[in-house]
Design a protein around this ligand. Structure first.
Ligand SMILES: Nc1ncnc2c1ncn2[C@@H]1O[C@H](COP(=O)(O)OP(=O)(O)O)[C@@H](O)[C@H]1O
Ligand SMILES: O=P(O)(O)O[C@H]1O[C@H](CO)[C@@H](O[C@H]2O[C@H](CO)[C@@H](O)[C@H](O)[C@H]2O)[C@H](O)[C@H]1O
Length: 459
């Protein structure tokens, strides 16, 4: 006997209360004025148990509405661990509703749908030609949720469910597909995706790719090296057992290979620097400086760097990663791999899909070396000495240089040769980071602000 599911109205009220507590809910600083259920697609139904796929529109007291993807499970009786993911009991009637991605029985349905390329109402499940899906593999949510929710099946397949759904093809799927077509060795292989039509446009909902078991992410590896450096502050970065420079160099080469493969697959264009790039930087600076008081002090100095960069020659643009940092790279025993090609989460998808300069990605990594070197020295950290601060700068310079040399070993040109443009991209990233930190981790705000002072020569 099937269970009686909550009405749209009950679910909308339950979600209104439940959404702000979810890690992936991006609008925590805005008040929800309305939640409406756009679609409800039945995924499975059994005795005392059902699953549905929901697209939900959320409106706020300020700013644009956001569309979220929320697979829900329904059970007549709920116990831990699913109980922790439940919507408020009072809102869903006799049946309990909960985040279905935490239910192994429900997520198994994704594998069977992928395996047989099913179309379930408007949801289309597709695989890369030649890929097979093992429907017996058991899945679970990977670690802590971030902007999206990633599931791992049998330690071999990663299934990422995009929580915020913007109309159109998600750049993560688009670029993995393009890189797969030219045999790129520096990304995990795309195995499949799920899409639907929104306003008549094919729109990505989820992607499946190879799960890289036992990979170490670049941020954790870099921090091990920096921690060792601070423990042995009389040693130079080059004398550490955990010296990161060899990895930084190989990482630079991997990023250059990905850029070359993206150019080969999707082409390049010439662009005058004043066109779009510097104008875009100027307007992002205007918006950020209005919101962040501490940034406003640096506005004139940053603008002067942008003016200088606008004088440089034409720039070659192409599709790039768009939000590259040490947390977006995984080291396998043989290679560095780049992950998460979604671009900066605050930009609209149409903007993230525009061709851009590869220098933006290089600048992202240089900023990340700076973060890794500086953040352990941050406010409140014990034992901050002038010696450690000096060593941190040395570590950042050493690894940034190694990264650029690795990049140049593939392209034949050192990104630092375009110094004015590169500095502008580093500043643009630091301005973005100031906005990100002010919103998500205010205690980290001094990091991008310190970098802005250094990059503009005011410190
Ligand atoms: N192909 C993969 N193999 C193994 N781990 C992965 C893979 N892709 C991502 N991860 C891990 O999952 C985490 C989240 O992935 P990411 O694509 O950055 O998601 P989000 O869009 O939610 O930020 C990463 O920090 C990484 O550790
Ligand atoms: O990984 P996401 O796509 O969610 O990227 C966002 O969050 C990042 C933080 O997790 C943020 O990166 C900034 O902090 C990192 C250290 O935590 C550092 O390595 C990066 O260089 C720095 O930009 C990223 O900017 C943001 O888009």
């Amino acid at each position: 006997m099937s269970i009686e599911l909550p009405t749209d109205q009950q679910l909308a009220e339950g979600l209104r209360q439940w959404l702000p507590q979810q890690r992936w809910f991006s609008a925590k600083d805005r008040g929800i004025t309305q939640v409406s259920i756009a679609t409800r697609v039945p995924l499975l139904s059994d005795e005392g148990f059902a699953g549905e796929h929901l697209l939900v529109n959320v409106e706020f007291d300020s700013g644009p509405a956001v569309r979220y993807q929320i697979p829900l499970g329904f059970r007549s009786h709920l116990s831990e661990p699913l109980l922790s993911w439940a919507l408020p009991e009072s809102t869903t009637g006799a049946v309990a509703a909960y985040d279905g991605l935490h239910d192994p029985d429900l997520i198994a349905r994704y594998l069977t749908a992928l395996d047989s390329h099913e179309q379930i109402e408007g949801l289309r499940f597709q695989t890369t030609p030649g890929v097979t899906i093992d429907v017996e593999e058991v899945g679970h949510v990977l670690g802590a949720e971030q902007s999206n929710t990633s599931l791992v099946f049998g330690e071999s397949l990663l299934f990422k469910v995009f929580r915020q759904v913007e109309t159109g093809i998600n750049p993560d799927v688009e670029l993995h597909r393009a890189l797969g077509e030219v045999g790129c060795e520096y990304v995990a292989d795309l195995r499949g995706w799920v899409e639907t039509d929104i306003d008549g446009e094919p729109t990505t909902l989820a992607m499946a790719q190879d799960f890289i078991e036992n990979a170490a992410d670049g941020w954790s590896m870099a921090l091990i090296s920096v921690r060792d450096l601070f423990t042995e502050a009389d040693l130079h970065a080059a004398e550490l057992g955990s010296d990161f420079a060899g990895d930084a160099e190989r990482l630079g080469a991997a990023v250059a290979h990905v850029h070359a493969d993206l150019a080969r697959s999707l082409g390049t264009e010439q662009r005058a620097p004043g066109e779009n790039a510097i104008d875009g930087m100027r307007s992002r600076l205007d918006v950020a400086a209005q919101a962040i008081r501490e940034l406003a002090e640096h506005r004139a100095a940053i603008a002067a760097v942008y003016d200088e960069a606008a004088q440089s020659g034409p720039d070659t643009v192409q599709r790039i990663h768009g939000d590259l940092h040490l947390g977006q790279v995984l080291r396998t025993p043989s290679n560095w791999l780049l992950i998460d090609f979604e671009g900066e989460p605050i930009k609209p998808v149409a903007e993230r899909r525009k061709p851009d300069s590869p220098l933006r990605d290089v600048a992202g990594m240089l900023r990340s070396f700076d973060y890794a070197g500086q953040h352990l020295l941050g406010q409140g950290a014990p034992n901050v000495t002038a010696q450690r601060a000096f060593r941190a700068v040395e570590w950042v310079d050493r690894n940034a240089s190694a990264f650029c040399e690795g990049y140049a070993s593939v392209t034949g040109a050192d990104p630092r040769d375009q110094s004015a443009l590169l500095r502008a991209y580093e500043l643009d990233k630091a301005v973005y980071e100031a906005g990100y930190e002010a919103r998500h981790r205010p205690s980290w705000l001094p990091l991008p602000l310190g970098a802005i002072a250094r990059l503009t020569g005011s410190q």
